[in-house]
Design a protein around this ligand. Structure first.
Ligand code: GAL
Length: 442
């Protein structure tokens, strides 16, 4: 099975971007025919036309409907603007294709009008530091966003005290999704709260012929997600944050222990995990012969709801009760956006109470705003809101919050190498090299 290095991985995602499967693409209220068709590369849209081109990697169930809910509000307010929904599917998970195409367009001075970007290092290191984004202080003031977003969140969106994007949501990374019917069939009384309980349950499931854990590792990223949830169980908050400022070494024995846990978990995964893609795993999870549990972010809630599927429950990933691993999707304003006024109005909708309360209940995320209409949120989301208020907030690695994108790529490749070769020492050496290359400093 193929292992990836960063150059190949980048090439892989860039190739994906060259043969785009666009989510095809004129949003509600917009005139049909102007969008690029599936398989066509997204050419920059005409500057003179009344358009709005939005990049994202939201092409799965839940994601599409949630984004459409924002577009519908936009179109109701600005009916003459044609929305070009340049959402890209495929590639190496988490927007590999979109990020590759975005990079090409940004470097070529042809940005879209706005694009999805993770709040935190992904936004700051990839786009703000290279001076490609507009300061959004004016918008925060006009829309009163300083009063409705938590200050900590504004800080993460900011560089030199100025905000550079508008967060639409808050996602939780560390959730165990499970199928009660399958646990029951194997005689497992309740969802595992610890990794010890997980492996005890996994043995019972194995005896009943049911894979315990869903893994989709045809390409790097999915295991990187699972691994960040395991790292949390071995390091306290200071130790975890220290991984990104050089005060905790990636050669630490607690990192070894975390790798050992993931390595063991592969023994209980769906057997075809090296040929299963991120996009396919949800179908496997709802299938009768699929795995009983999945450690994934709460967009999974959105995906499963959009399938009309109901045989699932949730719990914190093993050994992470009291911790909320956090990430946030946001939209920013590139310098020289071809339709700047339209982009600014789109950001107004993204930051509005109406926009967030339309988007998040479908997306499976909680609003970034602190004043939601709670009647719109279901049992899971209300519990996530409570946890967000009371838990320790740890930034996600895999989803761009804690570290810059170059490290995320190397990190995902190292964990993919573990999935492929089952060599803990080898994977840890790759993580150490990645941290050295990233020059983490206090
Ligand atoms: C995350 C993103 C989520 C969701 C997920 C799966 O990186 O923040 O909104 O889309 O990827 O694609």
């Amino acid at each position: 099975m193929k292992s990836f290095n960063r150059r190949e991985f980048m090439k892989f995602t860039a190739m994906g971007a060259g043969s785009l499967a666009l989510a095809a693409c004129v949003a509600p209220g917009a005139a049909p025919g102007a969008a690029p068709g599936a398989g066509e590369a997204a050419a920059p849209v005409a500057a003179g036309a009344n358009q709005l081109e939005i990049f994202s990697w939201w092409t799965s169930g839940g994601e599409v409907e949630a984004l459409n809910a924002i577009y519908e509000i936009y179109s109701a307010n600005y009916p003459d603007t044609e929305i070009i929904n340049a959402a890209l599917t495929g590639g190496a998970g988490q927007g590999g294709n979109m990020k590759a195409l975005l990079e090409t367009r940004m470097q070529g001075g042809q940005p879209p009008d706005s694009f999805q970007v993770h709040l935190g290092r992904e936004l700051i290191d990839s786009h703000v530091v290279p001076d490609r984004m507009e300061d959004l202080s004016f918008l925060y003031e006009e829309e009163g966003l300083n009063d409705v977003f938590p200050k900590d969140l504004i800080d993460i969106a900011s560089y030199d005290g100025k905000p550079y994007s508008v967060p639409v949501n808050i996602h939780r990374s560390n959730v165990l999704w499970y199928r009660p019917s399958k646990l029951e069939a194997a005689g497992v009384a309740e969802a595992p709260k610890t990794w010890d309980e997980f492996f005890a349950a996994a043995e019972k499931l194995k005896a009943a012929g049911i894979p315990a854990l869903a893994i989709a590792e045809i390409e790097p990223n999915f295991s990187g997600h699972v691994f960040e949830n395991i790292l949390l169980t071995q390091l306290d908050q200071a130790g975890y944050l220290g991984l990104f400022n050089g005060t905790t070494g990636w050669d630490d024995e607690r990192v070894t222990k975390a790798l050992d846990i993931l390595n063991k978990a592969y023994d209980y995964a769906n057997e075809d995990y090296l040929s299963t893609s991120w996009g396919d795993i949800n179908d496997r999870f709802v299938a009768d012969d699929g795995p009983a549990m999945m450690i994934m972010g709460d967009w999974t809630h959105g995906v499963l709801m959009s399938k009309g599927f109901t045989d699932y429950r949730w719990a914190p990933a093993p050994d992470t009760a009291g911790i909320f691993m956090v990430l946030s999707d946001s939209f920013g304003l590139p310098k020289n956006a071809p339709h700047r006024d339209n982009a600014v109005n789109f950001l107004r909708v993204c930051g509005s109470r109406e926009g967030q309360d339309a988007f998040n209940p479908i997306k499976g995320s909680i609003p970034a705003r602190t004043d939601p209409d709670l009647s719109k949120y279901d049992e899971y989301l209300l519990s996530a809101m409570e946890d967000f208020k009371s838990n320790t907030l740890s930034p996600s690695i895999q989803h761009g919050a804690a570290v810059k994108q170059s490290f995320v790529l190397d990190y995902a490749i190292a964990i993919n190498n573990l999935a492929t070769n089952r060599d803990v020492a080898g994977a840890q050496a790759m993580l150490v090299q990645a941290a050295t290359d990233a020059e983490f400093m206090v």
